[in-house]
Unconditional design. Structure first.
Length: 350
């Protein structure tokens, strides 16, 4: 009789033989995922921002996406917005960039945009993301007072926007007018913060003080830089741009005392046009503008405040945490559009 040890050895041997003679296990073949199709096509941009302020970022996008042809149409916010509404049945643009939130919010309410949540949405304050992701902010700016240092000393310069109604500055102030998006946004913010009566009184005071109202801030900064006016009310980066041109200008970040309102801020924004003919390209462009590379360009070239967290400011620009900011939700302020325009019409703002 075979011993138990021999039986066990025999059983093991038979198991090895049977396994070797069985059907081999299928070989697992590793395959690479197919490469994503390169982004290509045409991107049509309507931009309320001047070409000089947006072109450097477009150029960088074109380097990263060489198969995309970019067509830029720059102009007045309101005029471009009206064009988008007229073209709704046959959209001609893929994205719209605006200098403030009033216009983009108005268009969103008129069903002009498609919802899109950018890749970096979780790194941007919800204050700068539109309802239902119909638009997203790009950069932040603050409203400041710039002055010609040959005509006004640092001590003399107004320290509050409300000092602009002081008769001592009569006829010496340059401001953007009612068609300018940033001015509209400031009025909307002031209405939310201070109410209708105070905002109306301030606007009336500017008019009575014979302020000169220009179509845009480039004209304002150049007029102050040339000494045609002593004082200008602008977005902060216009001061830095004018100073970079060698003009004798200074800056005041106004209303910093405890009993004052703080800095009024606003933001540029972008929306993808409903019915865009090339949505993948439009989405890639939005993502690029909100990438570290795109945000750094806005900061370095335009002196703007990036909305993407962690992106460094231009070395000449003071961080916002150095200042008291007005307690205004700019997105909410932008939604009360009709009342803001009604107030400008009421006071006959040029």
């Amino acid at each position: 009789m075979m011993s138990k040890k021999l039986l066990l050895a025999f059983a093991i041997l038979m198991l090895i033989i049977l396994t070797a003679c069985g059907t081999p296990a299928p070989t697992q073949v590793m395959t690479e995922a197919p490469a994503a199709e390169p982004i290509s096509g045409t991107l049509v941009i309507y931009s309320g921002r001047s070409e000089a302020l947006i072109q450097p970022v477009i150029d960088a996008f074109s380097i990263k996406f060489p198969n995309v042809e970019v067509l830029l149409k720059s102009g007045n916010n309101s005029e471009l917005a009206n064009a988008l509404l007229e073209e709704q049945n046959n959209p001609q643009a893929d994205v719209f960039i605006t200098t403030e939130l009033i216009t983009v919010q108005s268009l969103a309410q008129q069903d002009a945009f498609e919802s899109y949540s950018p890749a970096a949405a979780d790194q941007i304050s919800t204050e700068f993301i539109g309802p239902e992701n119909l638009w997203v902010g790009l950069t932040r700016r603050v409203r400041v007072i710039m002055y010609n240092t040959d005509l006004v000393s640092e001590e003399e310069a107004p320290k509050s926007i409300f000092e602009l109604t002081d008769p001592k500055w009569r006829g010496q102030i340059a401001v953007a007018g009612s068609t300018n998006g940033s001015m509209q946004a400031q009025i909307a913010a002031m209405r939310q913060l201070l109410g209708e009566e105070v905002t109306e009184s301030w606007l009336t005071g500017l008019i009575e003080n014979e302020a000169t109202f220009f179509g845009g801030h480039t004209d304002v900064r150049k007029a102050v830089g040339a000494g045609e006016f002593k004082i200008g009310l602008v977005n902060h980066y216009y001061y830095y741009l004018q100073k970079a041109e060698g003009s004798p200008v200074g800056i005041v970040f106004p209303d910093q005392e405890q009993d004052q309102i703080g800095l009024v801020t606003n933001a540029t924004a972008i929306g993808i046009i409903k019915g865009t003919k090339n949505r993948p390209v439009a989405e890639a462009f939005v993502d690029f503008l909100l990438s570290e590379e795109g945000q750094k360009l806005f900061a370095e070239v335009n002196y703007e405040y990036p909305l993407l967290s962690g992106v460094a400011l231009h070395t000449d620009v003071q961080p916002l945490d150095s200042f008291r900011l007005a307690d205004v939700n700019v997105s909410q302020a932008a939604q009360d559009i009709d009342a803001t325009f009604a107030l400008m019409e009421k006071v006959s703002l040029p």
